[in-house]
Ligand binder design. Sequence first.
Ligand SMILES: Cc1cc2nc3c(=O)[nH]c(=O)nc-3n(C[C@H](O)[C@H](O)[C@H](O)COP(=O)(O)OP(=O)(O)OC[C@H]3O[C@@H](n4cnc5c(N)ncnc54)[C@H](O)[C@@H]3O)c2cc1C
Length: 417
Amino acid sequence: MTNQTQNDFDVLIVGGGMVGASLAIALRDQPLRIGMIEAVAWQVEDQPGYDDRTIALAWGSRRIFESMGVWQAMTPDATAIKTIHVSDQGHFGFTRLDARQQQVEALGYVITARSIGKVLTQQLAKQANVTLISPATVTNIDFSNTCTTVTVDQEGQSRQYTSSLLVGADGVQSTVRELLSIETTINDYGQTAIIANLTTEKAHNHIAFERFTRTGPMALLPLDKNRCALVWTVETSQVDEVMSLDDDAFLQAVQKRFGYRLGKLLKVGKRDAYPLCLVRAQEQVRERLALVGNAAHTLHPVGGQGFNLGLRDVATLAQVIVEAMQMEKDIGHLPILNHYADWRMNDHDRVINFTDNLVKLFSNDSLLLSFARNIGLLAADVLPPVKKALLRRTMGIHGYLPRLARGLSLQGNWHGT
Ligand SMILES: Cc1cc2nc3c(=O)[nH]c(=O)nc-3n(C[C@H](O)[C@H](O)[C@H](O)COP(=O)(O)OP(=O)(O)OC[C@H]3O[C@@H](n4cnc5c(N)ncnc54)[C@H](O)[C@@H]3O)c2cc1C
């Protein structure tokens, strides 16, 4: 990666979080001049997108990272999820999803955003076709027939960059979306995720637990042998109270809701809180523009799907760009980008609806709903087709997959192998 030496690019990515950086890497072998504009000075420790949150990375995302050549470097920090156990506090239903049913070594992996960020940053440093423009924030965007012109504020100075294609990867508060007045639906769940690492009495045996409690969903994801990452969703009105509990009281509150599947909860690390909402841009593409990752869709973390969905955006957009180049077409042309948007629509709809329904179904304590969801959990446990569909969705291998998600390189025929 070079520091700024030019101002004319083929692809200009706004946002160097996990999704924006992944796109620049997916295009590593292409004859493309790529610019990446990042608001925060480029150091992993400071990057808000590369913090301590743990990411449940689906099997399909592992395949994308593998195809991009970065998975190997992530493996020392990744813990395999071999079983997922879903249950409802105080009720009879539960379901268990198992890697052996899919004949894979893992359903997914748990890894911190920091570790992913470290590997992505190291890879980008080796890429000569990426120019980093940071710290810099976008202040204006203009479109002409042939290019976009992006104005940035770079340490107090106004600079302009042009590109054939602009990619908005600037997260939930996307400035790109805002500057272009892209309509966005926002559903504030009134919930906040509290995350922390826990030390447990018993080993987790690579089981990820998703438990629905009266105060919201709670996930315990396997880390190293006796440590788990907790993601506990609470009503936003309760956050201050929960965050101010001392460690013992906090552990007791978690234990009461989670139970003793991992024995006694012994220790808790630093806690962080993230307010939760569902955000969806109503347009994913325009002439010379595509949105990816949280800028396009931000989800509740209950199903662990947000980044996985964003990485599939990356794999699809990278393929569409490469195929357009092979056909000597303009990569910013709307019909090309419409192909990306159309291809992504089903996956977006399915994952967003699935996650949103999970939140609504399991955040409600009505007797009827509690009965229905427990029947649902039991059905998922005993009916093979239901279980298979749930498994493929959880693993991120549902529907027609882009080449990188199938373990193939980007070069190939349109829609072919
Ligand atoms: C508690 C929690 C747990 C989660 N767990 C999971 C999980 O288990 N599995 C999963 O798949 N997903 C999970 N997610 C979701 C996942 O974290 C996000 O989907 C992912 O981080 C989005 O990455 P992004 O690159 O799109 O956005 P971001 O990480 O927000 O990156 C955006 C980048 O753009 C930069 N930027 C912003 N504005 C500008 C600007 N104007 N100009 C230039 N740069 C700008 C920012 O500095 C940032 O670096 C979880 C989320 C939370 C909150």
